[in-house]
Write a protein that binds this ligand. Sequence first.
Ligand SMILES: [Zn+2]
Ligand SMILES: [Zn+2]
Length: 285
Amino acid sequence: MTRFASLLAAAALTALPALAWGNQGHRLAASFALKDLPPDVALWFRSLEATLPDHASDPDIWKGQDPTERPHHYLNCEPYGGPAAVPLDENDARNALGPDLFRQSGQVTWTILARVHDLTEAFSAGDPYQVAYRSSILCHYVADLQVPLHTTTNHDGKETGQRGVHHRWEEGLVKRLVDRDGWEPEIRPASLGADPAGAPWAWLRESYALVAGVLRDDLSASSSAPQVDAADAPYWTAFMQLQGPHVKEQLTLAAQRTARMILFAWDQAGRPQPPAARTSAHPSR
Ligand SMILES: [Zn+2]
Ligand SMILES: [Zn+2]
């Protein structure tokens, strides 16, 4: 590729619609994940706090560069017969659907566990920058799984004549909450809890359970107030009233659940102290 062509390609990438919370939602979830960590684990991120929001949308950029990346961001429950029927084991899931349908149906739950594994290695290696960077990447996928429409084949309302509902929920409502109301996620301390490896499947069931409400409320808001595309359309007041509380809760959960997965990785690595803390325990003369 010539330099000009690669510049063009880069420009095309930045123009891609950023599906999945948009940059604003991903940045918020990543920043607040740090606030939900216990203080001894938060020490790993000291002076690296900005790394989390700054890289939290990188996986959306990768989708434009790598065609195999997109299915890492979602998991469609319907091909399995519903969220409760999605196997924990990736090979069982592949066998249940066959390789092609398995690939198309998305793998966000397994992607989260793979990113926890990467983060565990960074904790074991004692590398604070990699801990921060890999936590940011992990946060992206955890946050995507908290978006109800990332769990269904009807991910953009095409099956129900509600095209654009994906963007309206995860970006339109977030933008209005943050820019207009200055809203921020609630700080909700995370703990490791029982069965952290199974947690993404519990989140899948919870997110899927919200799908019908998102679609119903979008329909109800747009029937009482059409012209949903106008920035100040009355549609937004109605949709915000119905779904705003869910957007706030899912973003708060995205932060808290990311913190829980960071704790999971830290625990698997043997609960190491950050290198700086080790150094200060043995000051050099
Ligand atoms: Zn999305
Ligand atoms: Zn994504």
